[in-house]
Design a protein around this ligand. Structure first.
Ligand SMILES: [Fe+2]
Length: 395
């Protein structure tokens, strides 16, 4: 990518973040409804800190930090960078003000443009591309975090009346048969990928059939209404503990109002479209649903092998694969080494992308990962059947 293209891509990404904030009131920037979500103000500052800390402070001669306290406030989990504010208190900081955070963004943008206008090293180029991809990830988190926070309000606030991310339907149907053979897995070529997509390698897969549809809301309502959340035998032990302890009985953002299913969307509270694609289910729910159908979730390798022939990109798709390093995986030196590798425990892989994923951020080899109880992403279910496990009627 040439310098001018890199500057253009950088500015497009930065501008899109601010576009996403345009429907917000100033009060919307502050609250943090749970430890796993972050305030909007924190997101838009943190992505700026990433460029400042990893690029400007090291690679732009004479660069002056906008505010030395910001590293403490807006460092997320980079232990090698230093002390940071505890995560669950991100919503307690009313200062710096939102206005100051926007000035911080301007400061970082001016200096990034200054740096990128000159001949830059391959290291700075790679870090800038990483920073752009990092900001795109936070654009999606900004939306899902905001939806979570708004969703807790009984007033069901509307972010934007036209912003209905739940409306997509299946556009393909049937089952796709994949032969038993060796498949190429992992990222190849010179385009950007995260370190966790490397090294490319081969995986042998037995024959399988993967659904060309994602589970719909109507299909999942059948699971609920036929007692899916009450049948212990459908659930993994951890999942059953989660259902009982958290009193889970439906996907996140769902509400049964006078016997009618509704869901909260960023366009407000809406009656559920039964033909639309299910979202906001955890791995535990996805696995229980598959078990109820007499089927199973794909492994991440089956998903990747089949993905070139699937319609995907509207929902993050839970796989049955634990998030583990690929063969010859290497952790980078310095803070960027903390980006992915240290989370390779107690998390499950999701593949594809979602309707909230920023444009240009999706790849066949992309590996998203979350803990198994995670519901607040736009996560859905795709099923697989084997010859011996071809689905069955549930009692
Ligand atoms: Fe981050």
């Amino acid at each position: 990518m040439s310098s001018s293209k890199l500057i253009t891509k950088y500015l497009e990404t930065r501008n899109y973040t601010e576009e996403l904030c345009k429907p917000l009131a100033i009060e919307d920037y502050i609250p943090q409804a749970a430890e796993f979500v972050s305030p909007v103000k924190w997101h838009i500052a943190h992505v700026s800190w990433f460029f400042e800390e990893l690029i400007l402070k090291k690679h732009l001669v004479g660069y002056q930090e906008f505010n030395p306290q910001f590293c403490f406030l807006f460092n997320s989990y980079y232990q090698s960078v230093g002390e940071r504010a505890v995560r669950f208190q991100r919503g307690l900081y009313t200062r710096p003000t939102v206005e100051q955070v926007y000035l911080y963004r301007q400061h970082v943008d001016q200096h990034m443009q200054k740096l990128l206008a000159h001949t830059i090293s391959s290291e700075v180029k790679a870090l800038t591309v990483l920073g752009i991809n990092h900001e795109q990830q936070h654009q999606e988190l900004l939306l899902t975090d905001l939806k979570y926070t708004f969703g807790l309000s009984l007033l069901y606030p509307q972010y934007d009346t036209n912003f209905m991310l739940e409306a997509d339907h299946n556009i393909t149907h049937g089952w796709l048969k994949c032969d038993a053979k060796l498949y190429d897995i992992g990222h190849q070529g010179d385009e950007f990928c995260y370190d966790n997509e490397l090294a490319p390698h081969q995986v042998y897969l037995e024959e399988f059939e993967i659904s060309q549809t994602l589970v719909t809301n109507g299909e999942y309502i059948d699971f609920i209404e036929q007692g899916g959340y009450q049948k212990v035998q459908l659930w993994l032990d951890d999942g059953w503990s989660w259902v009982c302890n958290e009193k889970v009985s439906q996907p996140l953002h769902w509400h049964n109002i006078d016997g009618q299913w509704h869901y909260f969307t960023l366009a407000g509270l809406k009656p559920i479209d039964k033909d639309a694609l299910l979202c906001h289910v955890s791995f535990y729910e996805a696995n229980a649903y598959a078990t109820w159908q007499g089927l199973r979730l794909p492994t991440e390798f089956e998903w990747e092998a089949a993905s070139h022939q699937l319609a995907w990109g509207k929902r993050w798709e839970w796989t049955s694969s634990a998030y583990q390093p690929y063969p010859r995986y290497q952790i980078n030196e310095g803070a960027v080494g903390e980006y992915n590798g240290k989370f390779m425990v107690n998390t499950m892989v999701l593949r594809g992308a979602s309707v909230a994923t920023s444009q240009g951020h999706a790849r066949h080899t992309y590996r998203n990962f979350f803990t198994p109880e995670t519901q607040w992403q736009f996560s859905g279910i795709r099923l697989v059947r084997d010859q011996i496990n071809s689905g069955k009627a549930h009692d």
